[in-house]
Design a protein. Structure first.
Length: 451
């Protein structure tokens, strides 16, 4: 009933507003390590004496480390709680950011960015782990959506912030931005659990999963990084995937529990949700390329994302209500449709160089991300045993991040063949395919529960 949504505002405590806000800020600062850095690549390349294509490795390797270590943090949180791995991750992210800002050579810059990505990986999985264990029902939906919306707003502000800071202080100051994450830690310290199952970490299983995930990310990014990277990724994936399968059968309760691998709800939700960041990252790459080609400056490009920051503020309440009343499968399906529509709008806007259509596309994909990420987290959390919740969220987040790599690589790789409008139109099929993957869950959701 329409009136049933009103009590939600009464049930949302100040704690349920404060904790996800700070966690979302952390998530956004981790993502800003990529979104703000993209606008200063030419300055970095010139200062460190490398070409722009070589400088782009600082983004690719950051994303690679972000993806491959995500599941590790999730599993460690199952064993020892959230506090220690999050502290380690933030310290590593901050240290990598500082070294990146001070790097005297490109080689040091690359290593620093890899360390920064490995540390930033702690935030997405552990942030949603905190909220899933702390809240229930519609309040949990609100908290998860608030986290995702805050993160999206900060990441969307990244290009503008990066452009302005670069103009005032230079590219090195931009690379240091994620250090601000340490300032957020005291505000959430008491909310972080210190207890887990107490089991030992399956180090071999963790290494095998990380290498296989690395192969997948390298293969996805190969359209922008070349044949050598594609071969390396394919080898890691071909060797790693069957090896992981054998190890999971041998150690069903190891790093990658068999209960997670065989959970159809988790896998379908992760695959469907991965199309949302594919759309988001595709637009974060494509829209700047289109308007920069028209002579815009980097800070002007950032202004296009300002309306998305405002839209993100409206998502938490909408997301909480939708998950509470439509259910997770339908909400995730709606996010997929919005993501597909945003890509179509951007494709037309790119072809016509119509800025209003590009802004509309950015608004739609921001709302889609704000719905998709928390719905995925809630779905995975409900579908698994609490003892493996962290690793399940880590695996789902890994698939989610790979989706982002598909989007950015798709624009870069297909753009040379069919143009940016054509690449966006082709990518628009991915969210629709994600909705199709959800068909079993959507059918179950359509069947009314017995009275």
């Amino acid at each position: 009933m329409p009136g049933a949504v009103r009590p939600l505002s009464l049930r949302v405590t100040s704690d349920a507003r404060r904790v996800p806000l700070y966690l979302g800020l952390l998530f956004g600062l981790a993502g800003m390590g990529s979104s703000s850095a993209t606008v200063v690549l030419p300055d970095m390349a010139r200062d460190l004496g490398v070409g722009s294509s070589v400088a782009a490795w600082t983004i690719s390797l950051y994303v690679l480390m972000l993806a491959v270590t995500t599941a590790v943090y999730g599993r460690v949180s199952d064993l020892v709680g959230v506090r220690t791995p999050l502290l380690v991750g933030l310290a590593l992210m901050a240290a990598g950011s500082l070294v990146s800002a001070l790097a005297p050579t490109f080689a040091v810059e690359v290593v620093a960015r890899m360390a920064q990505g490995a540390g930033a990986a702690a935030v997405p999985t552990l942030g949603v782990t905190v909220l899933n264990s702390r809240y229930e029902g519609a309040v949990r939906g609100f908290a998860l959506a608030r986290l995702a919306a805050t993160a999206a707003a900060v990441v969307c502000a990244g290009p503008l912030v990066g452009g302005l800071i670069d103009r005032a202080f230079g590219w090195r100051a931009v690379m240091a931005l994620p250090v601000l994450g340490l300032a957020v830690l005291p505000a959430i310290w008491s909310s972080l659990s210190r207890t887990g199952t107490g089991d030992r970490l399956d180090l071999l299983g963790a290494g095998l999963v990380a290498l296989t995930a690395g192969g997948l990310v390298l293969l996805v990014q190969s359209p922008t990084t070349g044949l050598t990277v594609a071969v390396a990724g394919a080898v890691l994936l071909v060797v790693g995937a069957p090896t992981v399968a054998v190890w999971v059968r041998r150690r069903p309760d190891g790093f990658l529990p068999v209960s997670v691998v065989r959970n159809g709800t988790v896998i379908r939700a992760a695959v469907a949700a991965s199309a949302v960041p594919a759309a988001w990252f595709a637009l974060l790459v494509a829209v700047p390329l289109v308007v920069l080609g028209q002579g815009w400056s980097t800070w002007q490009v950032g202004l296009l994302l300002v309306p998305s920051v405002g839209a993100a503020a409206l998502v938490p309440r909408l997301g909480g209500r939708l998950m509470d009343h439509l259910g997770a499968p339908r909400t995730l399906g709606l996010a997929g449709l919005l993501a597909s529509g945003s890509l179509v709008s951007a494709a037309v806007g790119s072809a016509l160089v119509a800025v209003p259509l590009l802004v509309l596309a950015l608004l739609a994909v921001t709302v889609a991300f704000g719905l998709g990420q928390p719905t995925l987290s809630a779905t995975v959390s409900d579908a698994v045993h609490p003892g493996v919740r962290g690793v399940a969220l880590g695996v789902a987040t890994l698939v989610f991040l790979v989706g982002g790599s598909v989007g950015s690589a798709g624009v870069a790789g297909l753009g040379d063949l069919v143009g940016i409008p054509g690449s966006l139109a082709l990518l628009a099929v991915l969210p629709l395919a994600g909705v199709a993957v959800l068909a079993p869950d959507l059918r179950r959701a359509a069947v009314p529960e017995p009275a």
